[in-house]
Write a protein that binds this ligand. Structure first.
Ligand code: HEC
Ligand code: HEC
Length: 335
């Protein structure tokens, strides 16, 4: 046993030592997790089109800027509940050449975490506009544009959805349709929804604990309520209606000077936020894409804060509402 003279002994010890350690600290734990993790009961495998979307997600390198893992840290709370092993249990090998699960977890977060993007931004139209050119919906976005996932409306077959791109981002044709890859990618993005785990804490928990801190401070409550309305609006509504309440011409209606927002009776305003809306003609423009409902996502206090922000901003002056009025409308169930 002389490591100085017998180099094979030295090499062998290092080699088998490495393999042994790899087994103990990496391979066996991974296998244990693999065999002891069940998908969540409501989890469904990706459909064919969503699976193709995952391919596009990987091919386009979205993982360079987006994670799909929410850490149990306060700074991660806006993205959803902390991720669990069960969230990835259905993610299998892509094909024989890639016998491992795709690396969608990511490690760099230049853009937001996407674990729950399907719930946070469920509008297909928004997703298409954003992919065609992120600046068309988020002015200050630094995300690259993906125009090759679209083609001019004239050249596409009948089934593909037509997307009207706002000025000044519109191509000459004004309208585009997503390619099959573009459609698959958006189907995949919309499939990314966290399934609730009891007690795991999510966006609602995070926000109510923040509220708790805010009210504990006492003092100028009106100002706090206004700031809360502004923040909630920025996080939940501004992606479509824009921070300045001007909307996007032809796609998302303006809320500045909007009759529903200015109405004396706030019922329709509250109902629209709770239950969403679709197909209305507002100010002579017909809006084809739906507005999602937020009944599950926002509590009565939060809806009231947003309603009041809209009723008192961008030159709007309309009577404000209380959380109790929102509770009544919620009770009425959109009737
Ligand atoms: C260079 C970094 C970068 C790359 C690459 C990138 N993104 Fe983004 N992404 C961002 C940033 C920054 C934001 C936040 C600003 C915005 O909404 O545009 C964002 C926002 C998003 C959002 C909205 C998230 C939210 O919470 O509102 C989605 C969806 C998204 N990206 C999807 C994608 C997809 C799909 C790809 C690949 C085709 C991709 N991104 C590639 C940087 C990137
Ligand atoms: C995905 C994009 C999107 C998001 C996010 C969104 N909206 Fe809308 N909103 C729309 C669209 C599209 C319409 C028009 C719906 C229709 O045809 O009735 C609309 C309509 C409205 C209307 C009614 C306007 C009228 O005159 O009928 C109000 C009020 C409103 N939204 C408020 C909000 C608030 C508050 C939020 C945030 C909680 C929000 N919206 C989030 C897209 C969106």
């Amino acid at each position: 046993m002389n490591f100085h003279r017998n180099h094979w002994l030295l090499l062998g010890t290092i080699f088998f030592g490495f393999i042994g350690l790899a087994f103990i600290i990496a391979i066996l734990p991974a296998q244990w997790v693999q065999h002891n993790t069940e998908p969540l009961p409501e989890a469904e495998p990706l459909s064919d089109i969503e699976q193709r979307g995952l391919e596009v997600y990987i091919a386009e390198g979205c993982v360079a800027c987006h994670t799909q893992q929410v850490r149990p840290l306060p700074m991660d709370q806006p993205w959803g509940r902390p991720s669990a092993a069960a969230d990835y249990a259905l993610l299998g090998p892509m094909d024989v050449w890639r016998p491992y699960s795709p690396a969608v977890l990511g490690s760099a977060r230049t853009g937001p975490d996407l674990s729950n993007i399907g719930a946070r931004q469920s509008s297909k139209t928004w997703q298409y506009l954003h992919l065609y050119n992120p600046r068309s919906v988020v002015k200050e976005s630094i995300m690259p544009a993906y125009p090759w996932l679209f083609e001019p409306a004239a050249t596409a077959d009948g089934d593909a959805p037509v997307v009207t791109i706002p000025e000044p981002y519109a191509p000459e044709s004004g309208e585009v349709v997503p390619t099959p890859q573009g459609q698959a990618l958006v189907a995949y993005l919309l499939s990314l929804r966290q399934i609730p785990i009891a007690g795991a804490g999510g966006m609602a928990d995070a926000e109510s604990s923040e509220d708790g801190q805010a009210t504990a401070g006492g003092g100028a409550e009106d100002e706090q309520a206004a700031a809360k309305g502004e923040t909630l609006y920025a996080n939940t509504c501004a992606s479509c209606h824009q921070a300045n309440g001007q909307g996007l011409p032809g796609t998302f209606p303006p809320l500045a000077r909007d009759p529903v927002v200015l109405a004396e009776d706030p019922s329709e305003h509250i109902d629209t936020i709770l239950h969403g809306a679709q197909g209305s003609t507002i100010g002579g423009t017909e809006y084809a894409s739906p507005m999602p409902g937020f009944a599950d996502q926002l509590d009565d206090d939060q809806v009231a804060a947003i309603v009041n922000h809209e009723r008192t901003s961008w030159g709007n002056e309309a009577p404000t509402v209380t959380a109790d009025e929102v509770a009544d409308r919620r009770e009425a169930g959109g009737e």
